[in-house]
Design a protein around this ligand. Structure first.
Ligand code: PEP
Length: 250
């Protein structure tokens, strides 16, 4: 089985207004040169921009995704957005279990799994985020925490092509800090082992992204680590120039 095609995914978080369209246009225009056929490109804008961005990106190299979804298809859940709504708006993927949602909204592995299952139900790829806090790393609990998050957040009925795991150490997000390449390799190998346990050899085809302070200057080194099949990028995905430079490093 061959290595999966890398995925370069941007998470815009709570950033972006309609004027940010020029960054989207620049990513669409520069994507073919930056990534060629080597990598898939995904941008997850805030929900307010999703349908408009998906319409602009249709037929281009760039896919559009959501940042979160509710487990249910519809109903009395004010302010929430279902996976079916994201799909209807033109999304092909959704991030679930980002550490900011786990922290800000008390999301548990069980809820994250329900959201990932909703994504699959709607026909979206689920990008499931896992990662240890600084205290957990200092207590040597990294592999234990990440393994339980993967096992407990992995959606039932997933197939290798419909799920992506993003390993994002919480202490590396938005801080400019990154783990050493050896530490990244160790965690990604652990995740790969769990995916092979879940999917057999199909687990070799599941993309495992690294996320946490990926920038143009460190992307090549991080993307070259064994079992790293792309990146999930926060801050540096807001500027087309940086996002495309990272894509070019695949
Ligand atoms: C993220 O939050 O998914 C992330 C990786 O952020 P940053 O790249 O800004 O560290």
């Amino acid at each position: 089985l061959t290595k999966p095609k890398p995925l370069i995914a941007g998470n815009w978080k709570m950033n972006g207004l309609s004027a940010s369209r020029h960054e989207l246009d620049a990513i669409i225009a520069g994507g073919p040169t930056a990534a060629g056929d080597r990598a898939d490109l995904l941008i997850c804008p805030p929900a307010t921009l999703l349908a408009g961005f998906a319409a602009i990106a249709r037929g281009s190299v760039l896919a559009i995704g959501g940042q979160d979804c509710h487990p249910k298809e519809s109903g009395a859940h004010t302010g929430d957005i279902s996976a079916e709504m994201l799909k209807d708006a033109g999304a092909t993927a959704v991030i679930v279990g980002h550490s900011e949602r786990r922290a800000d909204h008390g999301e548990t592995n069980e809820l994250v799994r329900a959201k990932a299952e909703a994504a699959l139900r709607a026909g979206l790829t689920a990008v499931v985020c896992v990662g240890e806090t600084r205290a957990e790393r200092e207590a040597n609990l990294t592999l234990h925490v990440v393994a339980s998050q993967v096992k407990e957040s992995l959606p039932a009925g997933a197939s290798p092509g419909t799920v992506v795991i993003a390993y994002e150490p919480v202490w590396a997000i938005g801080t400019g800090l990154t783990p050493t390449v050896d530490d990244v390799a160790e965690v990604h190998a652990e995740i790969r082992g769990l995916l092979i346990g879940a999917f057999g050899t199909g687990g070799l085809g599941v993309r495992v992204l690294y996320g946490g302070s990926v920038k143009p200057g460190n992307a090549a080194e991080l993307l070259a680590v064994p079992n790293v099949d792309g990146a999930l990028i926060g801050g540096a995905s807001l500027l087309a120039r940086d996002f495309l430079a990272i894509a070019a490093a695949t």
